[in-house]
Design a protein around this ligand. Structure first.
Ligand code: KIV
Length: 275
């Protein structure tokens, strides 16, 4: 059948980072970059900045909703935000976190929930926390045509079991998890809060990309939470974060200036009104 897409749509599709293209980036000389986004304007900006992956993370529970951990955010809320992000992003691969406990009730329920994410949001893949313990679910999702990014190392959804957010140092268990995720069909694996030398060895032992967060410089890529990168996180910021802007200060300053100009009669001026 002849391709009848308009030229602009066709060129966007060629530029699109698909799941196989994302996995193949492991072999390229350049590092993979990934960042979170939770709404339309921010997703547009991070896509334009040229990252390879956008993650609609369940970190939304903390940085957008103001909860103390990632447990409260619901599947419906993830889908609501992922739909905005999916509509905004034209180039990057968009991955959506499966929230707790949307994949813990067996492969059938996980397919139903991940299927909703793909059907309702225009996003291309899901992420779930787990390795060997989630291998059966990862394999079931993959065989249903749902691409899975695994998340090993520190698993924030298990914060109560772990007793806090701690660096994960059990090399054998970490390697076993990353390998199990790969064997089950995951196309990439996030490594969170893992010592750099261990993350390096894991990266060398798997054929899918490792995306590090607090896992040193030798992973195939890096992911950070957008609010941390922009200096918008008011609460505790982990050691592995680098803020590239101070929007908290800029936003407070701008709003304070607006308030002052209104109070002092400087805004609105004649140029802001109608005759
Ligand atoms: O929810 C999230 O933002 C994440 C990243 C920190 C990897 O899982």
């Amino acid at each position: 059948m002849a391709n009848s897409d308009p030229p602009q749509k066709e060129s966007l599709r060629q530029k699109r980072i698909t799941v196989p293209k994302f996995s193949a980036l492991k072999e390229s000389a350049e590092k993979i970059t990934m960042i979170t986004a939770y709404d339309y304007p921010m997703a547009q900006l991070v896509d334009e900045a040229g990252v390879e992956g956008v993650l609609v993370g369940d970190s939304m529970s903390m940085v957008v909703q103001g909860h103390e951990n990632t447990l409260p955010v619901t599947l419906d809320e993830m889908i609501y935000h992922a739909e905005m992000v999916g509509r905004a992003v034209n180039r990057a691969l968009v991955v959506v976190d499966m929230p707790f406990p949307s994949y813990h009730l067996g492969p059938h329920k996980a397919i139903e929930n991940a299927g909703r994410i793909l059907k309702e949001t225009r996003c291309q893949a899901v992420k779930l926390e787990g390795g060997a313990d989630q291998a059966e679910t990862i394999a079931a999702l993959v065989s249903a045509g749902i691409p899975v990014m695994a998340h090993c190392g520190l698993r924030p959804q298990s914060v109560h079991q772990l007793g806090g957010y701690r660096v994960q140092r059990n090399e054998n268990a970490l390697l076993h998890d990353a390998r199990a995720a790969e064997e089950a069909g995951a196309f990439a694996v996030v490594l969170e809060c893992v010592p750099g030398d261990i993350a390096k060895r894991i990266t060398e032992h798997i054929s899918i990309p490792s995306i590090g967060i607090g896992a040193g410089p030798d992973c195939d890529g890096q992911v950070l939470v957008l609010h941390d990168v922009l200096g918008l996180s008011s609460d505790y910021v982990p050691r592995f974060v680098k803020a590239y802007a101070d929007l908290q200060t800029d936003i407070t300053k701008a709003v304070r200036q607006f308030r002052d100009e209104v109070r002092e009669g400087q805004f609105p001026g004649p140029e802001h009104g109608y005759q």
